[in-house]
Design a binder for this molecule. Structure first.
Ligand code: HEC
Ligand code: HEC
Length: 376
């Protein structure tokens, strides 16, 4: 379009290959995070994409210091006066032309990178505490982590709103300057006045960046290929305490429900009434009861040993003593919208058949990623 109107301009490489790879990988990773955040079975993908973004940010900061000309922070961070002058120019339809990021975009880049970093770090915190996974496992208590969970989600929404703003900026600046900025981010080329220097494409650096992302994926998913028949790779967090006696005495008629699943007062009441356990007599002697309780009470829901423990405990009113896990508000809420056709499947023997849908039910973990609805 402006090839004719501005014959003096020449086409040069502005965005080197690593910058373009960074940009589009970031788009893909961000989209992946949004597509996977609701269904916990895709948590592994969500987490991989999050780690990828952290890696990308580390690269981008490095490249902002040692990269090619237009990628450098020094090139696109301008003082406030320049930002204002640029915005005024834009408003009158005659902004100063910048080969790389304009002053407004420069600050948007910084802001977005900072916010993305906070989103990723809070994500790792939440993952560590709620799922018992990742490097920040024992950092804080579950309630504190739940606060950061909220921050993680709200900031992700703010970041989402940035996308239409970003696109509007790309379209408006493109219109005013008469060039497609989208195309520039794909090919790296822009049409500029002859005095601006070109940058080298740096394809090898881009190849290394892509290679590292692929290697990260290979390491992250390495367990996938050695996993069981349903291709499931569990998140391996801290294991819960177990008891052989408990497994033996309480696992013969149904799953030995881990003590984290009910408050201590419920277990106490259940063993006080063991001679009439839902119609059965458990025939436990006093010593066995004492030994069972010594394991059950300290590991009950109040211990907050994992996320279900904490949430079940907080869902049960303090004056209630439910004898059924399936009657706690948290359990009901989590299983309310499972369609009837799933309950009707022959692999699912009623609501107490936890292992039918939770591959880690025996261990009492009930991690999001180990939830697996049978297909029938
Ligand atoms: C002799 C068989 C038997 C033994 C042994 C047994 N239970 Fe049960 N348990 C039952 C039956 C039957 C039910 C009711 C099942 C139903 O409603 O479908 C039940 C239900 C439960 C429930 C309620 C599940 C829910 O959420 O609806 C819990 C919790 C429970 N048992 C814990 C224990 C514990 C702890 C022990 C060991 C001290 C134990 N059971 C040993 C037979 C047994
Ligand atoms: C028919 C399949 C099915 C059965 C049987 C089942 N669940 Fe679930 N459970 C689910 C699904 C699906 C979810 C996820 C719901 C969601 O995330 O919204 C879930 C979620 C949970 C959660 C919440 C996990 C978390 O981190 O938030 C807990 C705890 C849980 N189930 C415990 C149990 C227990 C205990 C049993 C047995 C007494 C059981 N479930 C039986 C399907 C099942």
């Amino acid at each position: 379009m402006n090839q004719q109107s501005q014959p003096a301009h020449r086409k040069i490489m502005v965005w080197d290959a690593p910058i373009r790879v960074f940009h589009w990988l970031l788009v893909a990773a961000f989209a992946t995070c949004w597509l996977t955040y609701e269904d916990n079975r895709f948590l592994h993908l969500h987490v991989y994409a999050g780690y990828l973004i952290i890696g990308l940010l580390v690269f981008r900061v490095t490249w902002g210091l040692v990269g090619t000309r237009y990628a450098r922070f020094a090139e696109f961070f301008h003082p406030w006066s320049a930002v204002r002058a640029y915005a005024e120019g834009l408003a009158t339809g005659n902004p100063r032309r910048f080969v790389g990021h304009n002053p407004l975009a420069g600050w948007a880049v910084l802001f977005l990178m900072g916010m993305t970093l906070v989103i990723c770090v809070t994500g790792v915190v939440v993952l560590g505490v709620e799922e018992g996974h990742g490097p920040l496992g024992a950092l804080m208590s579950l309630p504190t982590a739940m606060f950061w969970h909220e921050v993680h989600e709200q900031l992700a929404f703010v970041a989402l709103w940035f996308i239409p703003l970003h696109l509007a900026g790309v379209i408006i600046e493109g219109r005013v300057l008469g060039e497609s900025l989208l195309k520039a981010m794909i090919t790296g080329h822009k049409l500029v006045e002859p005095e601006h220097p070109e940058v080298p494409p740096m394809r090898k650096v881009a190849a290394v960046l892509l290679g590292l992302a692929a290697m990260g994926a290979a390491v992250w998913y390495s367990g996938w290929f050695t996993a069981g028949e349903d291709g499931y790779r569990p998140f391996v967090g801290r294991a819960l305490p177990q008891s052989a006696l408990y497994a033996e005495e309480c696992g013969s008629c149904h799953l030995a429900f881990h003590p984290v699943l009910l408050p201590a007062r419920s277990w106490q009441a259940m063993l006080d009434g063991q001679a009439n356990h839902f119609g059965d007599d458990l025939y436990l002697d006093g010593d066995t009861v004492a030994e069972l309780l010594a394991f059950m009470l300290p590991n009950a829901a109040e211990s907050a040993l994992n996320e279900p423990a904490y949430k079940i405990d907080h869902s049960v009113p303090k004056d209630a003593t439910p004898l059924r896990i399936t009657e706690t508000p948290y359990w009901k809420k989590k299983h309310d919208d499972i369609p009837q056709r799933v309950w009707d499947l022959e692999q699912v023997h009623g609501p107490l058949d936890c292992p039918a849908c939770h591959l880690d039910a025996e261990e009492g973990m009930f991690e999001d990623s180990a939830m697996h609805l049978p297909k029938g």
